[in-house]
Design a protein around this ligand. Structure first.
Ligand SMILES: *Cc1c(COP(=O)(O)O)cnc(C)c1O
Length: 459
């Protein structure tokens, strides 16, 4: 039955086995999805499973689960393992607080607020700013959209929308904007997708043209989403120029930094989000560039009144002590809310702000290693640009989709593909800050070796 000490001992034993396995086989043995249920016994039954059977099943599940922390995982916008953040998350699980009230979360409230305060200072938001930890980047974008909607027309909180409200985002932005528009009652058809330049950044002149056109038609321009690190190319929209426009027409400006907003920690790369202090809201995912466990997303708001106006609700059964500044449920979407702050705080506290800077800059250094390698090797075609940690390329005449799938199916390395305009390419993401230059060069070696061994790919 339930025995925390013996289960923690089991945890340690399993994790030890996992780490050894990761070193031996950095890419998990793949189970074909059509054979999943016959390969591992995932069934839940009336009877209990205990002791060695239970342990051995857990071990099987662990080793056959995709390994996202190894030096051959380049597929996603997260990866690697920051051990001090893992420690924090494990402690958060043990403590099991809910972040809605000071009564229940105590110092954890201060931990969350300290991260928010420091983050606001880093981007130059003033004393009225604050924020919260949503469930992820998509939810951060959703909360921003709702605040933008309510700021434009406060009565729509009570009555719904009176006239079509229009939102603007670049064609290269994250797909959550479309879902969020439908959730927020704006409607997917009221999104204007602004075209991007040849490097994937929104063209501000096109944005203004579109806004003027909408005003002409009697619509209400409401919200602009700018992206700091687009999902495919890792491009940055020109925030200063976009802010000139949103200020002129009184439109909410949100900066979606889920992918690369963590450049706020680097003096060297902060210029990529120049003007961010002029935005109304800004979000970033510490589980992407900073390598905390999933999920750790932060939204900052230039004027905390907006957050409160859109998300607070009275609830006598819940808010019984302390003031609103300590009862974080007054500014969150959920009621019960997981503690996502502690893992980020243990990381930040243990490495310092300078350490976070190094984590961020290491990824650009690794990206530069990949860029240089590709540029100096005529077998490759490059599709990405400087100041991006998404390195997009093709190798010889190999179809990128076929290659990525074959690399995955043969447990060689895990990498994905993406498209920009008419091109499709492999996208190597250098987000694992534990990787070294050698790991990046090894990736290319492994890929080239596989293509050489697999003549069908090049025919
Ligand atoms: C990853 C990403 C998101 C979504 O974040 P989740 O935490 O996965 O919901 C939003 N915007 C951008 C630019 C992203 O890269």
């Amino acid at each position: 039955m339930s025995n925390i000490n013996s289960d923690l001992a089991l945890f340690n034993e399993l994790v030890e086995a996992l780490i050894i396995e990761e070193e031996k086989n950095p890419v998990a043995k793949r189970i074909d999805s059509s054979k999943l249920y016959e390969t591992i016994d995932l069934s839940l039954n009336n009877g209990a499973m205990i002791d060695d059977d239970f342990k051995s099943l857990l071990r099987d599940v662990l080793v056959s689960t995709p390994k996202t922390a190894t030096n051959l995982f380049f597929n996603q916008l997260f990866g690697g393992r920051q051990s001090k953040a893992i420690l924090g998350d494990l402690l958060a699980v043990m403590l099991n607080n809910s972040m809605y009230t000071y009564k229940v979360a105590g110092p954890q409230v201060g931990i969350e607020q300290e991260i928010i305060r420091q983050s606001c200072d880093l981007i130059g938001y003033g004393s009225k700013s604050n924020g919260t930890f949503p469930t992820g980047g998509s939810m951060s974008n959703y909360m921003a959209l709702v605040m933008g909607r309510d700021a434009k027309d406060p009565s729509c909180r009570l009555n719904g929308m009176s006239k079509p409200m229009i939102i603007y985002t670049s064609k290269e932005s994250h797909y959550s904007t479309a879902k969020n528009a439908s959730f927020a009652g704006i409607g997917r058809n009221n999104i204007r997708y602004i075209i991007a330049d040849s490097k994937g950044s929104m063209i501000p002149e096109k944005l203004e043209e579109q806004i003027l056109d909408d005003i002409d038609k009697g619509f209400i321009p409401t919200y602009v989403n700018a992206t700091a690190g687009t999902t495919v190319l890792g491009a940055f929209d020109p925030i200063d120029k976009i802010a000139d426009i949103t200020e002129k027409y009184k439109i909410w400006l949100h900066v979606d930094g889920a992918y690369c907003g963590s450049v706020i920690f680097s003096e060297k790369y902060k210029h990529l989000i120049k003007g961010v202090e002029r935005s109304d809201s800004f979000s970033y995912n510490a589980h992407k560039m900073l390598g905390t466990p999933l999920t750790c997303s932060i939204i900052l708001v230039n004027d905390k009144k907006q957050l409160h106006d859109s998300f607070s609700n009275d609830a006598d059964y819940l808010y019984q002590t302390d003031g609103d500044d300590f009862n974080l449920g007054k500014t969150s979407f959920q009621c019960g809310r997981r503690n996502d702050a502690l893992k980020f705080w243990t990381l930040w506290k243990s490495v310092g702000t300078n350490g976070l800077k190094e984590i961020v800059e290491q990824q650009f250094d690794l990206a530069n290693v990949a860029l240089e390698y590709i540029r100096s090797n005529p077998d490759y075609t490059l599709y990405s640009f400087d100041n991006s940690i998404s390195i997009c390329f093709n190798y010889k005449n190999v179809d990128p989709m076929v290659l990525c799938t074959a690399l995955y199916e043969h447990q060689i390395t895990v990498v994905g593909f993406g498209s920009f305009e008419a091109d499709t390419f492999i996208r190597l993401v250098t987000i694992n800050a534990n990787n070294e230059k050698e790991d990046i060069l090894n990736f290319f070696k492994v890929l080239e070796g596989f293509v050489k061994k697999t003549p069908s790919l090049t025919k």
